[in-house]
Design a protein around this ligand. Structure first.
Ligand code: ADP
Length: 348
């Protein structure tokens, strides 16, 4: 029986008991008053005492139900707090050296712990991302691009194969330091209802506030233009949760999130479709700025707009969890494979 059914049954039973008790008691008191065993004054007193008792009883039961309900919610909180992280620091983690040459994916396969059918999200991935390169990951939705990034940032650990940071397996590196080295702006980036400055500074809370760097980051993404027009500029609250907050458009929020990535100044910068709400021309400019910034970094772009990928050193085409093509824009177009088909479609 469904929850509604159970509830209806409990309600019918409790109401029947309540009505029967009320009628019996009122009946009994009225009968006693009628045959003269009690006075009219007694009758009124019993009547009021019963009413008072009934309402006190109701309040007590309701409070007990509330305590029970809150206990259920608390149980969820404690269950949540007890979840142990699946990705752990190595027993003697290695402090991360500066990336000298490249990041390598060696025969990496991965199945999400929650995957119902045990389907591999990534199959036998072999890739190299060299320092100074701009890498673009392309492919249809669900082809495994974001999963690749999640493994690189160690949000999950690989099931098979390894990811190497120069010649260190990422699982042996200090986890916090690794995450410090990587700046990821995911598709569903956060919109913090805080000031503009805080929104950008959150990109790197480990450094003391550097206002000049915050402004520079906003200029690099073009966010500075609309920030300068806000009533309180960098101190303006964003979002409507707070008084005097300003709601931004999707594209403006994205530029704020991108400024955060600039501000972090990490060694590996990953932009997972962060420019979808920005017009193509502005996207091109932002990519160019990131490219200049990434001379000694690894810049990984995930985007569906292929015409902005001519500047990428390497394009990795993914399909159903596998890498099906790699090369730069020109070679892939010449190859007339999947990339070429996708590119042609966008040019129509
Ligand atoms: P893309 O970024 O190319 O759109 P994803 O890497 O997000 O693709 O997804 C690759 C595959 O992994 C898809 O089949 C998707 O359904 C699956 N997947 C993604 N996230 C999860 C998750 N948290 N749990 C289970 N399966 C997932």
């Amino acid at each position: 029986m469904g929850i509604e059914g159970k509830r209806a049954r409990a309600e019918i039973i409790s109401k029947t008991v309540e009505i029967t008790a009320t009628i019996s008691i009122y009946g009994f008191v009225a009968y006693r008053a009628a045959n003269g065993s009690i006075t009219v004054g007694d009758f009124v007193m019993y009547f009021q005492a019963f009413q008072k008792g009934q309402s006190t009883m109701k309040t007590m039961l309701t409070s007990m139900a509330t305590v029970y309900e809150n206990r259920l919610f608390l149980k969820y909180i404690f269950e949540f707090l007890e979840i142990k992280p699946q990705v752990k620091n190595a027993i003697n983690p290695i402090s991360i050296p500066e990336l000298k040459e490249k990041i390598t994916f060696n025969n990496v396969s991965f199945i999400y712990p929650s995957a119902r059918n045990g389907q591999k999200a990534l199959k036998n991935i072999n890739l190299e991302f060299k320092k100074g390169e701009v890498i673009a990951l392309v492919g249809e939705n669900g082809s495994g691009k974001t999963t690749l990034i999640k493994l690189l940032s160690r949000l999950y650990d690989v099931n098979d194969g390894s990811i190497q940071f120069d010649n260190h397996d990422v699982r042996n590196l200090n986890l916090n330091e690794l995450r410090q080295k990587i700046s990821v702006i995911f598709q569903d980036y956060s919109k913090y209802h805080l000031s503009v400055q805080d929104n950008i500074q959150i990109g790197n809370m480990h450094l003391p506030l550097d206002e000049a760097q915050i402004k520079l980051s906003a200029e690099n993404t073009g966010a500075a233009e609309f920030i300068e027009e806000l009533p309180e500029r960098y101190d303006n609250m964003l979002g409507l949760r707070f008084l005097k907050g300003t709601e931004l458009s999707g594209g403006q929020w994205q530029k704020i999130a991108l400024s955060r990535a600039f501000y972090k100044n990490a060694d590996i910068i990953i932009l997972d479709e962060p420019t979808s709400a920005i017009d193509p021309l502005a996207e091109h400019e932002i990519f160019e700025k990131f490219r200049n910034l990434a001379q000694d970094k690894v810049l990984i772009l995930i985007t569906h707009r292929l015409y902005n990928l001519k500047m990428a050193n390497k394009i990795v085409v993914m399909d159903k969890g596998e890498v099906i093509e790699t090369g730069n824009h020109e070679t892939l177009v010449k190859q007339k494979g999947k990339y070429f088909q996708m590119f042609e479609k966008q040019m129509e």
